[in-house]
Design a protein around this ligand. Structure first.
Ligand code: 5AD
Ligand code: SF4
Length: 444
């Protein structure tokens, strides 16, 4: 048996892809190992969304040069978005890469690895963004899967993106939007439930445009209804939603289906209409604010998370002030903030990256600081109340405590002796930080 190690960079879709790759390999002649140094096959599943993500992979590849000199038989593979973006040129770099495999070719991995025989790099990428190769996530590789947590699973419902936001490389790398037939998804979720899974998170780059191109027509709201009868499944989440496709119908579905959790991840990206236009986002900041009002009116207890990009080309102090104002008004539970990074080939790459790094850093810090205040205020408001948490397992920071999440995605820490992973517990909240609340179990 050959030993395989995989390191994953980037988003949840990548985490799922890695899981399914390992499931597929473990089903053939491979054993998964947690330590790179004992592996015969080292795989990096990569991300290209920002230059920083790519730099991390380059430095890992550079570090493998020594290992490869000592053990030339080790196979090194670069998978995912960077593989798609850089193709064969990755194999030439450092001279350590034996295999380059794009995100839509991962299903072929076992046979691609067979082809790695030292006679030159094996390269599998699709040049056509509409090519009919299906993502590995769509394949039924689950039975042999290597799910990191038994009671939770990611489920791909669509891949690719046709939005072409001007800064974003995803539509070029993950390809055209393809939705998966609802029957296949429900079947997979049933199998997951039989295997002890209680919580699913539906994944799509643009999850709320789910259903486009499927016949008969189906929406994400229709799909959400289909998990209600699946015994064993307690919670259903979905990420990431695009503001322009966030419909009243979907909000009504979230409110009315008991299993669907009261949490939305809806990135505004900017609070300035001028910048939103340059980003090709298709909505204004006023529209985004209306969406928040509507969501909070329709879905009791809903929490919302956002993403912002700071330092998009031409962003002025005035533009940024609008972003800061939106972040404060939005009252997010969490917010992710990114410094703009030029992605070659995107529309925004035509614009000069004219906001100095120092200014991007300052704006990044200012948003994070404002969000920290909101995050702390919201979590302090929970002190004295009792929340229901789905237990994930031991806390990363303090393994003597357990961690869980509320339905609206707030992290909860508490003391407990037993292994309660996958169970629902009631916790009385006694303290709060910007990232989590802590308390005591009152009932299991
Ligand atoms: N630069 C910085 N951030 C980006 N994102 C996407 N593309 C870029 C880029 N070129 C951010 C967006 C998106 C998140 C996943 O990454 O905020 O929502
Ligand atoms: Fe990128 Fe926009 Fe598609 Fe999200 S919706 S993946 S930001 S192009």
């Amino acid at each position: 048996m050959r030993k395989v190690f995989i390191k994953t960079f980037g988003c949840q879709m990548n985490k799922l892809d890695s899981e399914l790759v390992l499931g597929r390999l473990a089903g053939s002649a491979y054993r998964v190992v947690a330590d790179e140094s004992e592996a015969d096959v080292i795989l990096f599943n990569t991300c290209s969304v920002r230059q920083h993500a790519e730099d991390k992979v380059y430095s890992h590849l550079g570090a493998l040069k020594r290992l490869k000199e000592k053990r030339p038989g080790v196979i090194v593979g670069v998978l995912g978005c960077m593989a798609q973006k850089e193709g064969r040129s990755l194999a030439k770099l450092f001279g350590v890469v034996d295999l380059v495999c794009g995100p839509r070719r991962l299903a072929e991995l076992p046979s691609l690895l067979e082809q790695c025989n030292g006679s030159g790099p094996v390269v599998a990428v699709d040049r056509d963004r509409r090519s009919s190769h299906r993502a590995v996530s769509f394949e039924a590789g689950r039975a042999t899967g290597c799910r990191p947590t038994r009671h939770r699973a990611y489920v791909a419902v669509m891949t690719g993106c046709d939005n072409f936001c001007s800064y974003c490389v995803v539509p070029y790398l993950r390809g055209a939007e393809v939705s998966r037939p609802p029957g296949d998804i429900v079947e997979e979720v049933r199998r997951l439930a039989d295997d002890g899974c209680v919580e699913i998170t539906l994944l799509g780059q643009n999850v709320n445009s789910y259903g486009t191109g499927l016949k008969p027509g189906v929406t994400l709201a229709d799909l959400l209804a289909m998990f209600e009868p699946v015994e064993g499944i307690e919670r259903v989440n979905f990420v990431t939603s695009h503001p322009k496709d966030l419909s009243r119908e979907l909000m009504n579905a979230v409110a009315s289906f008991p299993k669907v959790c009261e949490y939305l991840h809806v990135p505004p990206q900017s609070g300035s209409d001028r910048i939103l236009k340059l980003m090709k986002r298709g909505y204004t900041s006023a529209h985004y604010r209306e969406l928040l009002l509507m969501a909070r009116e329709i879905i009791p207890g809903v929490e919302i998370a956002g993403d912002f990009i700071v330092g998009f080309p031409t962003e002025t102090e005035e533009d940024f002030a609008r972003t800061l104002a939106l972040l404060k008004d939005a009252d997010f539970l969490n917010c992710f903030v990114f410094k703009y990074s030029t992605r070659p080939g995107t529309a925004a790459a035509e614009l000069q990256d004219d906001v100095p790094l120092e200014v991007k850093r300052e704006r990044n810090q200012a948003l994070l600081k404002a969000q920290e205040e909101t995050s702390l205020r919201k979590r302090r408001a929970l002190i004295g109340s009792t929340v229901e948490a789905l237990v994930e397992g031991p806390s990363k920071r303090d393994p003597s405590r357990l961690t869980g999440r509320t339905r609206n995605n707030c992290i909860v820490h508490f003391e407990s002796a037993g292994d309660l992973a996958g169970r629902l517990v009631k916790v009385r909240i006694t303290s709060a930080t910007p990232l989590a609340v802590s308390g005591d179990v009152v009932e299991e």
